[in-house]
Design a protein around this ligand. Structure first.
Ligand code: XIL
Length: 366
């Protein structure tokens, strides 16, 4: 009898231990360092695939709509708002005790057409005010952070000639941050952009953020989109930029991380979604699977960059992967359409990749 009990108890202990290992996840492993986020497609927000829904709830603690909160989708016409998917995102986040990072309020791309018709300062200010008040206001108190302005700086450091700049001049930047702070005083407010390790671009972003700060507007953070490759940018370049942005007294987040393993078309750099390239066999070499050495190189790359993020965890508040699994990454269609890419931490069957284990490993208690 006694022996049976011991056997039973040890069986229970083994199960409990197995469950603990199973319960290991990115969000728990990185607890105390920084938030771990992901971007969700419409179907993922609506939990169409139960396996992916469970994976998202287990692994990530900050959620972003990959597209559904961009102005052309959320606020397509002056008096038309489509709240359904955004509302579902907030409900999903609250159900899984995750935060929401809103993407994005003011962006020249995926922009509602009506903004382009605003030709006077007065009309543009009214349109921006209404958009930010209504959108950030609706989710006030429930949004952890916002990308208030997305991609306003060019590679050479100059301000992008968007409709906002054309009509309002650079004042539109501080205005956007002031409106967002008024609409949701609790949310952390970010400037977000790609190619943030380029020297000229970095200097331009720093100049711009200083001006926003001098205007008295609140800006809490800078988002570095991490649309990176296996070798570029280098760890040193990434580190220099993290430190340069943090020196402005703001937080830094890595906002759209994916590690592209495919050859880069020559005419494209960064993540300007208006660019495109032809899909050719040479640019799409891994249609039938990723070779082991590339898997290993990607795992090492993820490990190196996460080791860097951990080194600077005092200034990094969030690292968001731009998608859940390789199958639904935008990188299968950018910059060339219809390729087979492998940029994320989970494979097409939602199984954790070597890259996943490599970054989990960094947080193992020694
Ligand atoms: C991308 C989405 O992932 C795609 O689904 C969409 O077709 C185009 O936009 N920088 C950003 C993101 O800030 O919003 C972009 O997302 C990728 C580049």
């Amino acid at each position: 009898m006694k022996l049976n009990r011991i056997v039973l108890l040890s069986a229970m202990l083994v199960t409990a231990l197995a469950n603990t290992t199973f319960a290991q996840s990115l969000r728990s492993a990185y607890d105390g360092a920084f938030l771990i986020g992901t971007a969700l497609s419409t179907n993922q927000i609506l939990e169409k695939d139960p396996v992916q829904a469970a994976l998202v709830a287990k692994e990530f603690n900050v959620l972003t709509a990959e597209n559904d909160m961009k102005s052309s989708l959320l606020h397509p016409e002056e008096d038309v708002y489509k709240w359904e998917i955004a509302d579902a995102l907030y409900a999903l986040a609250e159900k899984s005790k995750s935060k929401v990072h809103g993407h994005t309020l003011i962006w020249h791309s995926q922009l509602s057409r009506f903004f382009r018709d605003k030709k006077t300062k007065e009309d543009m200010i009214a349109a921006m005010t209404k958009h930010i008040n209504t959108v950030a206001g609706r989710y006030a108190g429930r949004t952890f952070s916002w990308d208030v302005v997305n991609e306003a700086v060019e590679g050479d450091g100059s301000l992008r000639k968007s409709v906002f700049l054309e009509v309002l001049g650079e004042d539109y930047l501080a205005l956007a941050f002031k409106l967002a702070a008024a609409a949701d005083p609790k949310a952390e407010l970010y400037y977000n952009d790609y190619s943030m390790t380029g020297v000229e671009k970095r200097n331009g972003v720093i100049r711009m953020v200083k001006k926003i700060q001098e205007s008295g507007a609140k800006i809490d953070g800078i988002g570095m989109q991490g649309h990176w490759g296996l070798e570029s940018p280098t760890i040193e370049e990434i580190e220099t930029s993290i430190l340069a942005y943090a020196a402005l007294g703001v937080k830094v987040s890595i906002t759209e991380l994916d590690i592209d393993v495919l050859p880069n078309p020559r005419n494209v750099s960064g993540a300007d979604i208006s660019q495109s390239a032809q899909n050719t066999a040479a640019l799409n070499p891994y249609v039938n699977g990723l070779p082991d050495e590339i898997k290993a190189a990607q795992a090492k790359r993820y490990k190196d960059i996460f080791a860097l993020f951990l080194k600077h965890k005092s200034v990094i508040s969030r690292v968001t992967l731009w998608g859940v699994n390789d199958g639904n990454s935008w990188k299968n269609n950018f910059p060339a359409r219809g390729r087979t890419n492998y940029p994320l931490l989970f494979d097409r069957e939602n199984k954790p990749k070597e890259a996943y284990y490599s970054i989990l490993e960094l947080r193992k208690k020694k």
